[in-house]
Design a binder for this molecule. Structure first.
Ligand SMILES: C[S@@+](CC[C@H](N)C(=O)[O-])C[C@H]1O[C@@H](n2cnc3c(N)ncnc32)[C@H](O)[C@@H]1O
Length: 258
């Protein structure tokens, strides 16, 4: 039974961290005239309305993307800024792009995209906006396992679970070890929350033990509400594109000022 709905959290400080790095990587990878594969295990609905009731209820986007744009966190030519500009042009001023529509901005007709989303309502909403991709209504890790190594071999896999069950933290390192073994040239990016009880720490230690060359980008921020468990955002990237480390450092400096 899936209960997580990303609409309450779209555009928050964690999304901003994840989406800034994702857009940066896709911009870099699509600068070369060679086709690539883009895979996502947990896609969400793709398009969010920051003027909607869910977003208003938590206020997380106001403290995230809205504030970041007002304060110039993203330079004019930042890849995420460009993708969001297009989303607002196409879908209105309160629209916010989930990871699939950020990818849509960068991907070219010769690229090959596969997105998994298991929640029936989220999947149906995704189908309305993700005509550029092959959609899978199945477990994202099953999809990735079946497709890896994908064709074309160059490419990126985003793993963005909702961590609804504690077992997710235990199974992620096993899934990633298997996927990276099958697809050793793939850029494999995992998002995870940083929690007050540090529940994510054993998972991160296992990942770094298995993949010591990977990039780890962690940022911290005040909780969205008093007592809220999430106090930071992490991205773990195997085969990080050249220059990603500098973008991660730039973001870390901005978050450190919060
Ligand atoms: C954090 S949200 C995704 C957000 C999205 N990646 C973005 O950045 O815009 C996680 C999504 O995974 C979906 N989900 C949960 N378990 C799943 C599974 N086993 N396989 C595929 N999707 C799943 C949830 O319904 C939810 O929409």
């Amino acid at each position: 039974m899936l209960s997580y709905q990303h609409a309450y959290h779209a555009g928050n400080l964690a999304d901003l961290h994840k989406h800034a790095l994702l857009a940066w990587m896709l911009d870099y990878l699509t600068a070369k005239p060679k086709p690539l594969s883009y895979l996502e295990t947990h896609a969400g609905r793709g398009l969010y309305d920051l003027s909607g009731a869910e977003s208003a209820k938590t206020g997380e986007a106001r403290a995230g993307i809205t504030r970041a744009l007002a304060e110039g966190w993203l330079p004019e030519d930042h890849p995420l800024n460009q993708a969001l500009d297009q989303i607002r042009t196409l879908h209105g001023p309160a629209a916010y792009a989930g990871s699939p529509l950020i990818a849509r901005y960068f991907l070219r007709p010769e690229d090959n995209a596969h997105l998994a989303e298991l929640h029936p309502a989220e999947h149906a909403a995704l189908a309305q906006v993700a005509g550029f991709a092959h959609l899978h209504a199945q477990d994202g890790f099953q999809m990735a396992n079946a497709l890896c190594p994908p064709t074309p071999r160059r490419g990126l896999l985003l793993i963005d679970p909702s961590y609804e069950v504690k077992a997710d933290y235990e199974s992620v390192p096993r899934h990633i070890a298997k996927l990276s073994g099958k697809w050793n040239v793939g850029v494999i990016a995992l998002w995870y929350p940083i929690l007050t009880d540090n529940r994510q720490a054993p998972m991160v230690r296992a990942l770094m033990r298995d993949h010591p060359e990977a990039l780890l980008s962690e940022v911290r921020f005040p909780p969205a509400r008093p007592g809220h468990g999430m106090v930071g955002s992490g991205m773990f990237v195997i085969n990080p594109p050249y220059g990603l480390e500098a973008e991660a450092a730039r973001l870390a400096t901005l978050y450190a000022g919060l």
